[in-house]
Structures are given as C-alpha cells and as structure tokens.
Design a protein around this ligand. Structure first.
Ligand SMILES: [Zn+2]
Length: 184
C-alpha cells in the first residue's frame, strides 16, 4: 500500500503543514529561552515579543515550502532567527533612547527601519536580503502583537487610530515577503 509520499509527483516539493506549528511550539519556546539568555534579557514582555516573532517566522517558513524546497526554507529560518529577534527588540529601544515618556512612539513603532534596510541592504545580495526579511518579520510581529495586546502609540490620538497605525505598519513589513522567495 502506498503512502502520501509515494503518491507525490517527482517534481513536487515536500511541504510543511500549518498544523505542524503545534508540535514545533515547545521547540520554539526552548529556542526563545536560548535567545533571551544569549542577549541577557529577563523581561517577560521581551520574551513574549520574541516568541511571537519566532512563531511568525515559522509560519513564513511553512509558507516558503510551497515555493522552494524544504532545505532552502530551513536554511532561511536559520539565517533569519537572529535578525528576527532584533526586529522584535527594535521598537522598545525607544525606552533606552527617549525614556519611558517617549516609549511606543510612531518612529520606533513603525516600518521605517525596515524600509530603510530593505532599500540599503535588501537588494544588495541574497544573504543580505534574507537577513533583512528576518528583521522585517520580527518587526512586523511586534507591531501586530501590539495591535492585539494594545498599547497607546505616542502622538497619535485615540485607540482606533493607534491600532490602524500599528496594523498598517506591520502589514507593510510583511508585504515584500510575498513578492519573491529566497531561491538558494
Ligand atoms: Zn511595542
């Protein structure tokens, strides 16, 4: 009796299924703990944001396996882990630079850093492109999570406008991911 992999056409790429995330979650949690230790982070907020970033990166890696082979997708995941973590951290760096009074301002809680990196580095080489993609996924995850787990954005009045700002900027960070995929 033939199983699914026997039935697969020779040209078909092996795919990761969405529900695999359930099994991968404990591994992502462990990876997140390692990253937090590596960067000396103890804040539960930081842990929450970086875990959400890893989950979004995993979902994108699953999406990638529909367009490239599994090896290429997993290599992307490996390359993108640290930039993704940095992307989740960036919005909160405004606390160190501007103090808690300037926290969650639209410059840091926006897509500007990602757009800048995309134009400066993202088109320079495949490697740089993949690193910038990882950063964008991390930044998008932070902005989208802040939309859900709401926090007031400075200088923008009203909760609805704040959420619109966060979700729009988060989606902009994800938009280039559909345009092309890493090929090797
Ligand atoms: Zn935030």
């Amino acid at each position: 009796m033939k199983n699914d992999s026997d039935k697969r056409e020779p040209h078909q790429k092996p795919k990761l299924r969405l529900w695999y995330v359930v099994f991968v979650l404990p591994l992502l949690w462990a990876l997140n703990q390692s990253l937090l230790r590596l960067f000396g982070e103890e804040s539960p907020y930081r842990a929450e944001h970086s875990l959400i970033g890893l989950i979004l990166l995993t979902l994108y890696t699953i999406f990638l396996t529909r367009r490239v082979n599994l090896q290429v997708a997993l290599r992307f995941f490996g390359l993108a882990v640290i930039p993704c973590y940095i992307g989740t951290v960036l919005p909160d760096l405004d606390i160190s630079l501007l103090g808690i009074g300037g926290h969650r301002n639209p410059v840091f809680h926006g897509c500007f850093a990602y757009i800048g990196l995309w134009f400066v580095l993202g088109r320079r080489s495949r490697l740089a492109n993949q690193l910038v993609r990882g950063f964008g996924i991390g930044l998008a995850s932070h902005l989208l999570w802040d939309t859900w787990d709401y926090g007031d954005v400075r200088w923008i009045a009203g909760g609805t406008k704040d959420r619109l700002w966060l979700i729009t900027n988060g989606i902009i960070c994800l938009a280039p991911l559909r345009a092309s995929a890493p090929t090797d």
